[in-house]
Design a protein around this ligand. Structure first.
Ligand code: NAD
Length: 375
């Protein structure tokens, strides 16, 4: 049986009802909270939904692609046929709110340009659906707060599309820090960038739609790895902006570097760009170092340490792991590895970086201690 068909039988309760055999049922376990598979509706069928999320949903164990929300009529037919999506689970941006009446949809996954994240996440929460909001969570801290509030009021769960938080390499980094395998972290360096050569009118280069350039797109990865690479939230940041193609990057930042100060006195350096490649995390500790290179891409990630070890795990779709982690969180109360507070924490740092740049690199004090999010 194809996984997709299995998913659909599960969602309809046919497997649990004994209408198909015991081997398939055994696969789901019993009384673990994981008998039900959660239906996900993807909102926005652009490149990330098309080439990463939908294929990953063919490989998830605890959730499946149940519906779509699109503003493009032609995509409805293509997706309906390709993924066997019933007509009743296909929405557009206007009738989206009626998703509240659809029991097939448990989770709404917002995969739209950044400035649309808060609106659709809040509408999803008001419709009583759990929410996954792509990164960056929103275009301001105020919008992150509005999403968190809406989800709390509606008593639905919220997570940010931080796929790296479900990757085994990330857990290995966290383990080295937790267990002090190489001693105390003293310097972390993280790069995340690529060269943008596409249409200059794309939404990522339009401030109103993106809320920022390289920093909000790729820089959030460097912020994240700097934090789990030291196991601490930074206590201050200073930042600089660079530009080599102002005619292309008219509206948004091209390249940004920032320096972090951590509570133990450790230093951090991050680099992010839409005009230079970077994809690396290196952590120097008191008794050695470890690094991931590549560190932030869809994988396989690759790592090594000062002890001569290679850090290596079998490759799995990060997106499948991420969506399964969130489904398990909803079904069993397991840890939410990328909660809304984490997306908000990162947006506080993003805003501080932009503020520092405006003030010629002046150090911005960060007060993240009370947020309870340190990885
Ligand atoms: P994309 O341009 O390929 O797709 C955007 C989608 O939004 C399209 O379906 C488009 O039709 C729709 N849309 C609706 N209103 C629009 C408007 N006014 N302007 C432009 N498009 C509009 O973008 P993408 O790469 O799929 O990115 C979507 C979101 O996913 C972004 O928030 C991005 O940061 C995030 N993303 C995350 C990852 C990751 O690794 N977690 C990777 C890629 C993208």
């Amino acid at each position: 049986m194809k996984r997709r068909d299995f998913n659909q039988l599960l969602s309809k309760g046919l497997i649990g009802s004994g209408l198909i055999g015991p081997i398939a049922f055994a696969k789901t376990g019993s009384a673990t909270g994981l008998e039900k598979k959660l239906g996900i509706a993807l909102v926005g069928l652009g490149s990330y939904s098309t080439y990463q999320l939908a294929p990953a949903l063919m490989d998830t164990e605890h959730c499946y692609l149940a519906g779509i929300v699109t503003g493009t009529k032609e995509k409805e037919k293509i997706w309906k046929e390709k993924y066997s999506i019933p007509e009743r689970n296909i929405y557009n941006y206007e009738n989206f709110d009626t998703i509240a009446d659809n029991d097939d949809i448990d989770i709404v996954y917002v995969v739209l340009p950044n400035s649309m994240h808060s609106d659709f996440s809040i509408r999803a929460a008001k419709a009583g659906k759990h929410v996954i909001c792509e990164k960056p969570m929103a275009v301001s801290v105020a919008e992150c707060d509005a999403i968190i509030d809406a989800c709390e009021k509606a008593k639905v769960k919220l997570s940010v599309g931080y796929r790296m938080q479900s990757d085994p390499y990330t857990n290995e980094v966290k383990k080295h820090i937790r267990e002090k395998t190489f001693g105390e972290p003293l310097f972390v360096s993280s790069d995340a960038g690529y060269i943008s050569r596409g249409n200059p009118n794309q939404w990522r280069l339009n401030q109103d739609l993106s809320g920022g350039g390289a920093l909000v797109n790729m820089g959030v990865y460097s912020i994240q790895t700097s934090i789990y690479g030291t196991g601490s939230n930074p206590i201050s940041v200073s930042a600089q902006e660079f530009s080599t193609r102002p005619e292309y990057f008219k509206d948004t930042d091209e390249t940004i570097t920032a320096q972090f100060e951590f509570p133990n006195g450790a230093a951090g350096h991050m680099f992010t760009s839409h005009n230079a490649n970077g994809n690396r995390l290196k952590v120097h500790c008191s008794d050695g170092w470890f690094e991931l290179d590549p560190a932030h891409s869809y994988g396989p990630i690759s790592g090594r340490t000062s002890k001569g070890n290679v850090i290596s795990f079998p490759h799995r779709s990060q997106q499948a792991l991420q969506m399964d982690d969130f489904a398990k969180h909803i079904l069993t109360g397991s840890t939410n590895v990328a909660p809304g507070a984490m997306g908000k924490r990162d947006m506080i740092i993003v805003e501080a970086i932009y503020k520092s740049i405006k003030k010629d690199g002046a150090k911005q004090i960060l007060d993240l201690g009370t947020m309870g999010i340190v990885t």
